[in-house]
Design a binder for this molecule. Structure first.
Ligand SMILES: C[S@@+](CC[C@H](N)C(=O)[O-])C[C@H]1O[C@@H](n2cnc3c(N)ncnc32)[C@H](O)[C@@H]1O
Length: 203
């Protein structure tokens, strides 16, 4: 997938113009002391709606959106600044060394489902590498993007679905599962298809 070409052409059906509803739902019910804080990384941030939602609720946090696409980041930077957000061009699967061990939180939303399933172990490794010991991965996983009766795109995605068993296997080595639930709120068409998990990096 040439993500930059898709953004340049405006061919971005995943782009909803608003933060992920399950993120907003989770933030709204979260005790203040448990909110993501400190340094937060959002890989595959696209136009940065989730980045700005995190900054809006936690103005003291340093939230960095990382994306492969220069055009997505150009559009993200064109939004009025919310607070301490910043955007960085880069490949999460080849995480730049200065970002290792830097983050208190990583927020996942539609980056995992965008990458080649053969590279999922690399995704889990990158999430672990980005976090400090004890840091947390807050993830909204897109479990089943396609209906059984729907024709799959060539190659099967993106977005690529994932099973709960596969998620368990991928993250068990480096992370402890803290919380899991099916969000109530979703973008239209994603109802019942997502799983929110909070995973803590093992010390
Ligand atoms: C389906 S889009 C979702 C964007 C955004 N999270 C949203 O919900 O609008 C996937 C995004 O991940 C980015 N991406 C894909 N692979 C990446 C990688 N290895 N590192 C960083 N960003 C990546 C793409 O450029 C794209 O912006």
């Amino acid at each position: 997938m040439d993500w930059d070409a898709r953004y340049s052409a405006g061919d971005t059906p995943w782009e909803k113009g608003a933060p992920a509803p399950p993120l907003l739902e989770w933030l709204a019910q979260c005790a203040a002391a448990d909110l993501p804080a400190g340094h937060i990384l959002v890989p595959g941030c696209g136009l940065g709606h989730d980045v700005r939602a995190l900054v809006a609720i936690q103005p003291a946090a340093r939230v960095v959106g990382l994306d492969l696409s220069a055009e997505a980041l150009r559009q993200a930077r064109a939004f009025p600044k919310t607070g301490n957000e910043a955007y960085l061009l880069g490949d999460f699967l080849a995480l730049p060394e200065p970002l290792h061990g830097r983050y208190d939180w990583v927020f996942e939303h539609t980056c995992f489902c965008a990458i080649d399933p053969a590279r999922r172990a690399d995704y889990a490794t990158a999430a672990c590498a980005a976090l400090r010991p004890g840091g947390r991965l807050l993830a909204i996983f897109y479990l089943n993007p396609w209906d059984a009766n729907e024709p799959l795109p060539p190659g099967g995605g993106p977005p690529f679905g994932v099973s709960v068993d596969e998620l368990d296997a991928l993250f068990a080595r480096d992370f402890q599962l803290i919380e899991a639930h099916r969000p109530t709120r979703a973008y239209p068409g994603r109802e019942g298809r997502e799983l929110l998990r909070v995973l803590q990096k093992k010390s």
